[in-house]
Design a protein around this ligand. Structure first.
Ligand code: HEC
Ligand code: HEC
Ligand code: HEC
Ligand code: HEC
Ligand code: HEC
Ligand code: HEC
Ligand code: HEC
Ligand code: HEC
Ligand code: HEC
Length: 408
């Protein structure tokens, strides 16, 4: 009979449907899921972020009703679209300036406070929305930790991140700012070290400008910024007359000679023209610069000659371990003489170059006499060899002469 079978089938279907609905209804509905169903793109990019990993939800930033599946209702209840840039930093600060919330992560809570002191923050306060806000540097939904190599705030990506605005010529012109800072930085010794060689010891934009406080360091502070890494150079600079003299004359320390973004390696020969550029050709200071150059040059030549001699001695199979280590010592004094130049005074440079030079001269003296003795020894051996050969030839000649006279 067919009808009963049909009734059974319908009963089964209904039961299955009820079961399925029951299972669906009992799935816990989290905040993300309802906003994310209608905004799949934002949900996907959000899932990659540190916020998602730490269970921050859409509605903690946007408000609204995360449980609603209906547009109007979902966007009700203290909803913020956050498309007004003026609101964003304050919103981020609701968590990031909250000591109790951030303590567990051991994160500082000063980003917003420092941001407000920056040129960016001051601009925003006055209603200028083209300055950087938190999301320009960190991203919006896909925020990652700065140490994550794919983060826009990782040291290797920062010049790109700042460059979106600071490399934009039209935008920078409106604010009267130099649009070449990013290109200059990228071609500098600092930029090349970081971007081409991957060295995190080299500075990125924020090493000199502060992370959230983006302000150019002023005259009087620049030496401190550079000195964070070039400690020895700064110490010598402070010992000399330039710090006081330059700051009093409102000439910026360090960057007036090296530039700020386009810093390249200088050779010591640069001293010659540099001193004259500010103090004038033939001035006392230019003469001093010439003397400093000569001291370093002649010490360098002597050390190079000593090193060359060590090579020759090595090839002649002489013991060179000790002279080699002394040449290294002399080179260290030479290296120390370079920061010492920054005291713009003869004495410290003279001390160091004198040490380098006298070590080099000692090494040369010693090696020459060893090499001379070796030459003398070889000469002696040759002499005896020649003498014995002559005697042997004479003996053979005499024997042959004697046997010839005996035969005749
Ligand atoms: C039923 C689908 C739906 C749900 C659920 C939903 N939205 Fe929307 N949302 C939309 C639509 C459609 C728009 C674009 C039209 C509009 O502005 O009303 C939109 C716009 C937005 C905007 C941009 C507003 C603007 O002014 O540009 C934001 C931000 C947003 N939603 C966040 C959320 C958040 C947060 C949730 C969860 C609390 C959520 N949405 C839940 C459908 C939804
Ligand atoms: C850390 C805070 C934060 C969280 C969490 C967050 N948003 Fe946003 N969202 C923002 C900010 C800030 C903007 C404004 C970005 C802009 O204007 O460029 C924004 C913009 C939007 C917009 C409108 C612009 C666009 O990109 O379409 C939508 C829609 C949106 N968010 C949905 C979501 C959804 C869905 C979630 C959860 C999956 C979410 N947001 C989580 C901060 C957040
Ligand atoms: C609802 C609270 C909340 C809001 C709002 C919020 N965050 Fe976060 N944020 C967190 C939490 C929690 C972490 C995880 C901290 C951790 O793991 O170190 C975090 C981590 C971060 C980190 C990584 C820090 C690190 O080094 O570990 C950055 C960067 C960040 N947030 C930026 C922002 C920005 C920018 C905004 C605004 C668009 C924002 N946050 C809004 C709670 C929030
Ligand atoms: C001009 C770019 C820029 C702006 C604007 C900016 N940040 Fe950052 N932020 C960075 C960089 C770069 C780092 C990484 C610093 C580092 O390597 O220590 C960072 C680090 C952070 C960290 C991690 C701090 C730590 O010590 O680990 C948090 C949290 C953070 N920012 C939040 C914010 C908030 C909130 C705002 C807005 C009030 C904001 N940032 C604005 C560039 C910016
Ligand atoms: C969204 C665009 C934008 C981004 C990204 C941005 N800036 Fe800016 N920045 C500006 C604008 C616009 C000004 C001019 C503000 C003013 O003068 O009111 C400015 C001003 C500055 C100043 C002050 C210059 C002066 O002499 O007044 C410094 C320094 C600075 N930014 C550094 C940085 C650094 C470093 C980064 C990256 C970590 C960065 N900025 C990222 C737009 C941006
Ligand atoms: C080695 C340190 C250092 C690095 C790295 C550095 N800056 Fe600067 N920057 C300075 C100094 C110092 C000044 C102040 C100018 C002066 O007095 O020499 C300055 C000035 C500026 C100004 C103001 C320019 C103007 O026209 O007045 C901006 C904007 C700026 N820097 C942005 C950046 C950006 C973006 C990066 C990364 C691409 C960067 N800086 C990297 C040291 C640095
Ligand atoms: C975050 C660290 C850091 C900061 C800040 C920094 N530098 Fe450097 N600088 C380096 C490193 C690393 C090198 C490459 C190694 C070296 O030669 O010392 C370098 C190289 C140089 C060189 C070339 C050295 C050579 O061998 O000829 C000069 C010149 C220089 N920096 C000047 C400056 C000036 C001026 C400032 C400030 C405006 C500055 N640096 C700020 C780390 C830094
Ligand atoms: C960027 C400009 C600039 C350069 C380059 C420069 N100086 Fe100066 N120097 C100054 C200023 C400014 C003062 C303080 C005012 C003054 O005394 O003229 C000063 C003062 C001095 C003083 C102490 C006061 C005096 O008159 O004797 C000496 C010494 C000196 N410089 C030597 C040098 C030497 C050596 C060089 C080359 C290595 C050099 N300077 C390169 C700007 C510069
Ligand atoms: C009067 C011009 C002048 C000023 C001011 C100046 N330098 Fe130099 N700097 C030079 C010259 C010339 C050289 C190349 C000769 C040498 O290596 O000493 C040099 C070399 C360097 C080097 C590579 C050699 C070394 O010392 O390790 C560094 C790094 C450096 N300067 C950093 C700085 C810093 C940081 C400041 C500010 C505290 C500064 N300079 C101020 C002229 C200057």
């Amino acid at each position: 009979m067919r009808p009963p079978r049909r009734a059974q089938l319908t009963d089964g279907l209904i039961a299955g449907l009820i079961g399925a609905l029951w299972t669906l209804a009992s799935v816990p509905v989290s905040a993300q899921e309802m906003c994310g169903t209608c905004h799949p793109e934002n949900r996907v990019s959000f899932e990659d972020s540190i916020h998602h990993a730490e269970t921050v939800t859409c509605s903690e930033c946007h408000g609204g009703n995360p449980e609603s599946r209906e547009v109007a209702a979902a966007h009700r209840g203290g909803f913020h679209s956050l498309t007004n840039r003026l609101e964003v930093p304050e919103m981020c600060a609701t968590c990031h300036s909250d000591l109790t919330r951030m303590r567990a992560y051991n994160l500082p809570v000063d980003q917003y406070a420092i941001y407000l002191t920056s040129q960016h923050g001051k601009g925003l306060e006055s209603g200028e929305t083209r300055v950087a806000i938190c999301t320009d540097c960190h991203g919006v939904h896909d925020i990652r930790r700065p140490r994550d190599p794919s983060s826009s705030t990782h040291p290797r990506h920062i010049s790109e991140t700042c460059g979106r605005c600071h490399g934009d010529e039209a935008l920078m012109q409106e604010f009267g700012l130099d649009p070449n800072v990013v290109a200059d930085y990228r071609s500098s010794i600092h930029g090349r070290m970081l971007l081409e060689e991957g060295s995190l010891a080299a500075p990125n934009c924020t090493s000199c400008h502060g992370v959230h406080g983006a302000t150019p360091p002023g005259v009087g502070d620049i030496d401190k910024v550079c000195g964070a890494c070039h400690e020895q150079t700064r110490r010598a600079f402070l010992e000399g007359p330039h710090y006081e003299g330059m700051t009093a004359a409102a000439v910026s320390e360090c960057t007036s000679c090296h530039s700020n973004h386009a810093i390249q390696q200088f050779g010591i020969e640069r001293v010659e023209s540099l001193c004259a550029e500010c103090h004038g050709e033939g001035s006392d200071q230019a003469v001093l610069g010439h003397k400093i150059h000569t001291l370093i040059d002649s010490a360098s030549e002597e050390v190079a000659a000593a090193e060359e001699l060590v090579h020759r001695a090595d090839q002649a199979a002489l013991e060179v371990e000790d002279p080699m280590s002394r040449v290294e010592e002399a080179k260290t004094y030479l290296t120390e003489a370079l920061p010492a130049v920054h005291a713009v005074s003869l004495e410290p440079v003279e001390q160091l170059t004198r040490r380098a030079q006298s070590i080099a001269e000692e090494v040369e003296h010693e090696l020459y006499s060893k090499l001379d003795r070796r030459v003398a020894k070889i000469g002696l051996v040759l002499f005896w060899f020649y003498l014995l050969m002559t005697i042997a030839v004479l003996v053979i000649f005499r024997r042959r002469l004697r046997s010839e006279t005996e035969a005749s």
